[in-house]
Design a protein around this ligand. Structure first.
Ligand code: ZN
Length: 496
């Protein structure tokens, strides 16, 4: 067997183990009986250990060495480049550090959950301190050019740098603040009662499933179940699992949650399955993944044309519930902009401020400019400056997210990158495809999905996110399409 084929086979086995872990993990969060938790942890640990051994096996290093300078075609070049990136990162991490991080974050998550419940930051502070120290060690082990934060970003958003994100986020923030201010000053507010009426859960499920199928999620190659924290798991060719949660008096949560996860799922289903388990057949980055979920949830799913088609169907699904509500009222209430404390409940515009704040704090923590014990004060001060609100307690402030307790520093910016990429891609799709709203008005989403399949999904990791963006839109990532989209949407709604 030649070195390339051998390398692909080895790497694919690592990905196969990972995808077995994904099935087992999906089951854990959906149907596993609670008493199965300990045995499941053992199964997951066993799979993770073998996966890591596969990935860091000296054989992969040898094969990569043999392929150095070899003549390769385009697909092979991409696969070798990206396997090397993954392999190098994995072997640079001392196994003692990997173990220490795993142990620390598994305990820290429990401490965080308790601390959040009691709004007791001092209980969590020593753990955050430990995690930041370990993450600094990780950055040192992995290596970086400019900022240690880049080494953490690289895990989620290969090739992105803190400097570049800082620039785009600063421009975004400068335009967002006056926009959100103008919305608040307009005095216009949607009705609050529309989305908080009684919506039977079984009917929400039927409607959500139909909407996901309509935008292009293939239920012959996937399913939708309920869980506590919604996610999408692309298990492999022909198998993608979506999860959501329903609340009988919050239509927002289930419905837009499903469109969001279905957007992730359409990306997974659109990957080039002939290349499963290799970089060419894998998603590009978390930011690009998030762009696909937010494109369907927000750009399409909160738009007027989408609801021109779906609103009569929503009324039929919940007979009598929306008799006094006009299409305009409904759309306005699905696009309410309001400064609030909790990131996951924030609207499309203010959401990005929540992310910019976290991105700034994470960098300050990594640089050592901010002591973990000083996080609550710094959080509240920045929050006041950016959103003009002061959290009543830390549960409503710096303790609200699980990410830091999981060691996920560097993850937050991918959410706003997703919003930015979604707007830039959608702007280009509208240029390339003409009147997409005319499609949406009659429930047709196939042209947009086909365009995303071709331009983004089937590209896999042929380009890094920034290059993909340039290739698809002809421009580097910019805040302008997102601001133009938000102004275009909120202008008529708020009369600004
Ligand atoms: Zn998402």
């Amino acid at each position: 067997m030649d070195a390339y084929t051998d390398l692909i086979q080895h790497f694919r086995e690592f990905r196969l183990l990972e995808s077995i872990g994904a099935v087992v993990g999906w089951d854990q969060h959906t149907y596993m009986p609670t008493k199965g938790a300990n045995h499941r942890a053992e199964q997951m640990g066993y799979l993770a250990k073998h996966g890591h051994e596969k990935l860091t096996s000296p054989k992969i290093g040898e094969l990569l060495g043999q392929l150095d300078g070899a003549k390769l075609d385009d697909t092979q070049t991409v696969n070798v480049r990206e396997i090397r990136r993954t392999y190098d990162r994995a072997v640079k991490m001392p196994s003692k550090l990997v173990e220490e991080i795993a142990k620390t974050v598994s305990q820290a998550q429990n401490v965080w959950a308790e601390a959040r419940k009691k709004s007791d930051f001092p209980a969590f502070a020593p753990w955050l301190d430990k995690i930041v120290t370990l993450k600094r060690e990780e950055a040192k082990a992995v290596g970086y050019k400019d900022s240690p934060y880049d080494a953490l970003l690289d895990e989620y958003e290969p090739g992105a740098t803190a400097a570049e994100i800082t620039r785009v986020f600063a421009e975004l923030r400068a335009d967002l603040i006056p926009l959100v201010g103008a919305i608040a000053a307009s005095g216009q507010k949607p009705r609050k009662d529309i989305l908080t009426r009684e919506y039977a859960i079984d009917r929400q499920h039927i409607f959500g499933q139909a909407a996901a199928a309509a935008i292009g999620f293939d239920f012959q190659a996937g399913r939708l179940d309920t869980t506590v924290h919604p996610f999408c798991s692309g298990i492999g060719p022909g198998d993608c699992r979506l999860t959501t949660r329903y609340h009988p008096r919050e239509l927002n949560q289930g419905l837009f949650g499903i469109l969001h996860e279905a957007g992730h799922g359409i990306y997974e289903q659109g990957l080039d399955h002939a290349h499963f388990g290799t970089p060419v057949g894998s998603f590009c980055s978390l930011g690009i993944h998030e762009s696909q979920s937010r494109l369907w949830e927000n750009q399409v799913g909160r738009g007027r044309a989408f609801w021109e088609h779906f609103f009569p169907r929503l009324r039929q699904t919940f007979p009598g519930t929306l008799d006094d509500v006009s299409l305009d009222d409904f759309i306005f209430s699905a696009n309410n902009v309001e400064k609030s404390f909790i990131r996951v409940e924030a609207d499309e515009a203010t959401y990005n401020m929540h992310i910019i704040l976290r991105f700034e704090m994470e960098q300050a923590l990594m640089r050592g400019d901010l002591k973990p014990s000083d996080v609550p004060g710094a959080w509240n001060e920045t929050f006041k400056r950016m959103l003009d609100l002061t959290p009543a307690n830390d549960a409503q402030g710096c303790l609200q997210d699980i990410h830091w307790s999981m060691g996920g520093l560097g993850y937050f910016p991918t959410y706003t990158l997703g919003n930015l990429y979604a707007a830039q891609f959608m702007q280009q799709a509208r240029k390339d495809l003409g009147d997409l709203d005319a499609d949406f008005r009659v429930g047709q989403f196939g042209r947009l999905k086909g365009w995303l399949n071709e331009k983004i999904h089937r590209q896999g990791q042929r380009q890094r996110a920034g290059e993909l963006c340039k290739r698809v839109t002809g421009q580097a990532l910019s805040h302008k399409p997102l601001i133009a989209y938000l102004r275009g949407k909120y202008g008529p709604l708020y009369g600004i």
